[in-house]
Design a protein around this ligand. Structure first.
Ligand code: ARG
Length: 445
């Protein structure tokens, strides 16, 4: 028989319980540590406004610390007969402290509890992701500087186009990450506001102190309007998922480049053989499965905003049980994203660019614009030069072997990696991770 916070002396049908609880016992384990943090701040606040005695709060904080440690160590359990993490925590507090445990739910609802826990969970996981993006960014910049003079073909329509370099290629992905960081910052800001105290979505008649819980949990401010607090469920997740989708697309595009460039028809890059995978039938194979899976995982992540949007899109304001389902695809995505970032960081320095690619005759047409530009400098109008070089190519007479001299901002001779790094750093500073670490340290010590 299931134990319920909302028990009123009769049993709910077993099948109804099974259907409504769904995957919550599994999903809520992601949230345990963070729901405990929310409880700590809430109990402190209840004590401050006189809804809980100092002694009651002391008892609760002691047990909450035990639960926090358990959750951090992966030892927190949601019993089979308990609906969710919020119920489990209240039952544990009641078992350990008696009446104070039965008082903690004063002036709150599981509706604001779960939104708060998801926010705190998101913040912790997002911080780890952002730190990884930062180190991946540094690696791309390093590789860009290292290979700045190694030329490669640039393509449009996948047809050879203009000279490029490995410095340009790696550096492009560094700059892409710096725009992704902006998207992550926007998501971070939306996420880092406090819905706790909105209760079921309409506040309460108690004079609770929502600024206090915001400060204790390291949020930038409360999400003020209690109705809006509930409206953010799914909206904040979608903002975060959209930023992750953007980041994923950067990694997926790089992975797709690698798959192509490792092909025997290109041979622009290679991996040492221990990082390639084989075939069960073809003995010669050394496949780039690592980049194919990187692309696949990341493409999968990029679909998440659509799924979240479909769950919340046609709901009216106020809580609905549909919202519970957001957790199933949202909470696990952080592990996936983190794994992709960790693996990219691991494999990136193993990539070996080929030298002298452009020496191959087949790439001669890549230099047509160089030849044309030289004539422009000599005073011939651009369109006339264009026609002249075009005819040389058609008649098989085009040849070019002079050194390149590209100097403008963002060209192969002037990558501006220092500017790109400054841009990344200026965004990174705006996250203010220290402030959050301080708040959580104070709350849990
Ligand atoms: N498991 C629920 C969820 O994730 C918790 C909130 C339950 N609230 C309610 N009104 N039934 O949404």
């Amino acid at each position: 028989m299931a134990k319920k916070l909302w028990d009123k002396g009769f049993d709910t049908n077993e099948f109804v319980t099974k259907f409504t609880v769904g995957k919550d016992r599994e999903m809520d384990l992601y949230l345990a540590e963070y729901d405990v943090l929310g409880c700590m701040a809430h109990a402190n606040m209840l004590a401050k406004v006189g809804l809980l005695s100092v002694a009651d709060n002391t008892a609760l904080q002691g047990e909450l610390k035990n639960l926090y440690k358990k959750a951090q160590d992966g030892q927190f359990v949601i019993n089979d007969d308990v609906e969710d993490v919020h119920s489990q925590i209240e039952f544990e507090l009641t078992a350990a402290c008696g009446d104070p445990g039965k008082k903690i739910h004063t002036a709150r609802s599981r509706n604001d509890q779960v939104v708060t826990a998801v926010r705190l969970f998101t913040r912790a996981k997002l911080q780890a992701i952002i730190e990884s993006v930062k180190s991946l960014f540094d690696t791309y910049i390093e590789l860009s500087n290292k290979y700045k003079d190694v030329l490669m073909p640039g393509y449009t329509h996948l047809q050879i186009a203009m000279p490029s370099s490995f410095g340009m290629w790696f550096g492009a992905y560094a700059e892409s990450l710096s725009d992704d960081l902006w998207a992550l910052l926007s998501a971070w800001k939306i996420n880092n506001r406090n819905p706790l105290g909105s209760a079921a979505g309409y506040g309460s008649s108690f004079p609770i102190d929502r600024q206090m819980t915001s400060d204790q949990l390291g949020f930038d401010s409360p999400d003020y309007n209690s109705v809006y607090c509930q409206m953010t469920r799914g909206k904040a997740e979608t903002a975060v998922a959209t930023a992750l989708a953007q980041l994923s697309q950067t990694l997926a595009k790089f992975a797709a480049d690698c798959c192509l460039f490792m092909s025997q028809n290109f041979k622009f890059i290679s991996l040492p053989k221990e990082y390639t995978t084989g075939s069960s039938i073809m003995p010669h194979k050394a496949n780039p499965d690592v980049f194919e899976l990187m692309r696949g995982y990341c493409n999968k992540i990029s679909v998440l905003p659509f799924e979240l949007n479909r769950i919340t899109g046609n709901l009216t304001s106020g809580y609905f049980r549909d919202l519970q389902l957001l957790k199933e695809s949202y909470l696990p995505v952080f592990e996936r994203m983190q794994m992709c970032l960790d693996f990219m960081e691991f494999i990136l320095p193993k990539i070996k660019p080929a030298d002298d690619i452009l020496k191959n005759e087949m790439y001669q047409p890549i230099f047509t614009v160089e030849a044309l530009n030289e004539m422009v400098v000599a005073g011939v109008p651009f369109r006339d030069c264009y026609k002249e070089v075009g005819h040389q190519v058609m008649e098989g007479k085009f040849h070019w072997d002079k050194p390149l001299n590209h100097t403008h901002i963002g060209s192969i001779g002037n990558l501006c990696n220092d500017k790109i790094s400054a841009y990344f750093q200026s965004t990174y500073k705006l996250f203010k991770f220290e402030k959050i670490a301080d708040a959580i340290e104070k709350l849990t010590k």
